[in-house]
Design a protein around this ligand. Structure first.
Ligand SMILES: [Zn+2]
Length: 163
């Protein structure tokens, strides 16, 4: 064990020498843990869309995926998605995380009554304008009662590309 363990753990990007165990500690120190059923937000760097990101050996990893992974004996989610039951991207509470496919994600949206088909041309224009003025994707998804992932796709112009 090197003498500068603390430094290694504290530096956000980690180092090439950081072990998985040290990384785990660094990860958990950056999650604001609350009650079992509360959201546990990621306190460090978040990428576009609000998902927490942390580096391990130079590679950027998504924090909610890691939170799921750590809570499930380091199981690799593979090509499955880690979904938030709380629709709160920075949340790292394993109780709010579950594994699913893209299809499950869309089914989940539908189950919660959030169908993107309800959106009109007008609302798509409004959504993009709101994003430009600094509204978060999560906030916008609440306003339009649409799934956050659908809102993000609209803003990134991956859907509704004709507008
Ligand atoms: Zn949550």
């Amino acid at each position: 064990m090197s003498k500068c363990t603390n430094f290694v753990v504290r530096s956000r990007g980690g180092t090439k020498r950081e072990t998985w165990e040290q990384f785990k500690i660094a990860f958990h120190s950056r999650v604001q843990k609350g009650d079992a059923n509360e959201c546990w937000p990621w306190l460090d760097y978040c990428q576009d869309g609000g998902y927490g990101q942390i580096k391990y050996k130079g590679k950027g990893l998504i924090c909610s995926r890691l939170a799921w992974q750590f809570a499930n004996g380091d199981a690799d989610p593979g090509d499955k998605k880690v979904m938030h039951s709380c629709d709160n991207p920075p949340c790292c509470n394993p109780a709010h995380l579950s594994l699913g496919t893209d299809l499950d994600n869309r089914m989940d949206c539908a189950k919660k009554g959030r169908f993107p088909t309800k959106l009109t041309k007008q609302s798509v224009i409004e959504i993009r304008n709101l994003a430009k003025t600094g509204f978060t994707h999560t906030k916008i998804s609440k306003i339009y009662k649409s799934c956050r992932s659908n809102i993000s796709q609209i803003i990134r112009e991956e859907t509704w590309t004709h507008i």
